[in-house]
Every structure is written in C-alpha cells, then in structure tokens.
Design a protein around this ligand. Structure first.
Ligand code: ATP
Ligand code: MG
Length: 192
C-alpha cells in the first residue's frame, strides 16, 4: 500500500534534515596503522571540493616526507603546521615539551575559532589528553564550539571516553598484521 501523503512528507522532511550540512567530529583511534592516513584521505577528498584544509601535528616526527611534499601541490588549500616537539620524556626536556604541546593546542583552538577551513585535522591530539598535558574537558569545549560547517578529525591511540562520546564518527584501527612484525623495513610511499 502506498504511504499517505503526510507520511511521505514527513519522510522527505526527515531526509532533507539529514542532508543539511553539518560539521562532524571524527575520531580515528586504535593500535593499527591507518589513523593519520585516513585523515589525509579526508583532506584529499575535501580539497577536491575546494574546501580549505588545515592539518596540525601535535607530535613532532610523526609526519613523513611524503605528505609534507604532497601538501605543497595544494598549497592554496592545504595548510600544514608541525608544532609539537615530540615526547622524549627526558627530565630536562619535559617542561619544554609540555609548553610546546600547550602552545600547539592554543594555536589549534585559534585556527578553529577563525573559521577559515572546512576541515581541521588534529593529528595525534589524543596523546596530549592521555598524558594529561591537556584536560579532556578543555579540548571538548573547543571542539563543541567549532563553527557549524567545520569538520574536525582527531587522530591518535587511546582516544578517551569523553572524546568518543562527543564524536559523530569513531573508527578504531585494529592491528591484524603489520609488515614490521616480519622485519620488513619502512617503505617509501607507505610509511614516509
Ligand atoms: P599512519 O600514519 O601510517 O596512518 P597511524 O597514524 O595509524 O599510522 P601512528 O600511531 O601515528 O599510526 O604511528 C605512526 C607509525 O607507527 C607509522 O609508521 C606506522 O606504520 C607505525 N605503526 C602504526 N601501527 C603499528 C602497528 N600496529 N605495528 C607496528 N607499527 C605501527
Ligand atoms: Mg598517526
């Protein structure tokens, strides 16, 4: 039997509702490889729509030559900021590491507030929360206040519960097998 007009109307309104643009919070976490790669895939897709993208690296050294060079091909649309110092956890470096991480977060919060981008990638941000450099709540507050049409992708292992709750989409990369396990060295274009 054909659905009544009012039912069809209601369904179509619901559909339009779903079609409306909305900035999503996406989280790529887990121990398997592919978190940063997934975020870079989104960047590539967004650039195809002429969406300005900003990617911020919170842990120095986790980005590879390949993506840094590739971003130069899209330099009108893709902004890349390598801000963290890396975590050495040597006592003499620790204060500097924490300061750099906090500065990086303040920079990210400013980028989000400026609303110049349609996609902002906060690469390896989860570590700043799990190492208690940032309070989870201060991160969630900034993410919740993101501009309406801005997508934000957060990557890193051990995403905390609050972040997972706040996200619209969470994917956990599960390690099934990694080439390193068999002593295969990092390959150009795959790892760097
Ligand atoms: P990628 O940047 O390749 O998408 P990722 O963001 O998921 O990796 P990170 O936690 O940022 O992973 O770690 C970066 C490096 O660690 C990469 O060189 C990656 O291949 C390696 N790595 C990630 N997962 C594993 C694993 N399960 N076993 C061994 N090495 C791994
Ligand atoms: Mg990564």
């Amino acid at each position: 039997m054909m659905a009544s007009y009012s039912t069809r109307k209601r369904v179509s309104v619901m559909f339009e509702e779903k079609q409306r643009e909305k900035g999503l919070l996406l989280v790529f976490t887990g121990n398997g490889k592919g978190k940063t790669t997934a975020a870079l895939g989104l960047a590539f897709r967004a650039i195809g729509h002429d969406f300005p993208v900003c990617m911020i690296q919170f842990v120095k050294g986790s980005w590879k030559y390949g993506e840094i060079e590739a971003a130069k091909h899209f330099d009108n649309l893709m902004e890349l900021h390598v801000l963290g110092r890396g975590f050495t956890w040597k006592s003499d470096d620790l204060t500097k590491d924490i300061k750099a991480a906090r500065d990086a977060w303040e920079f990210a919060a400013r980028i989000i507030g400026e609303n110049r981008h349609r996609l902002v990638i906060l690469d390896e941000l989860t570590y700043l929360i799990s190492y208690s450099i940032l309070q989870e709540q201060e991160v969630l507050d900034v993410l919740a206040r993101r501009p309406e049409n801005m997508h934000i992708a957060v990557t890193g292992r051990n995403a905390t519960e609050g972040l997972i709750d706040a996200a619209d989409l969470v994917t956990e990369m599960r390690n099934v097998k990694h080439a390193y396990d068999n002593g295969i060295r990092a390959q150009k274009g795959i790892e760097f």
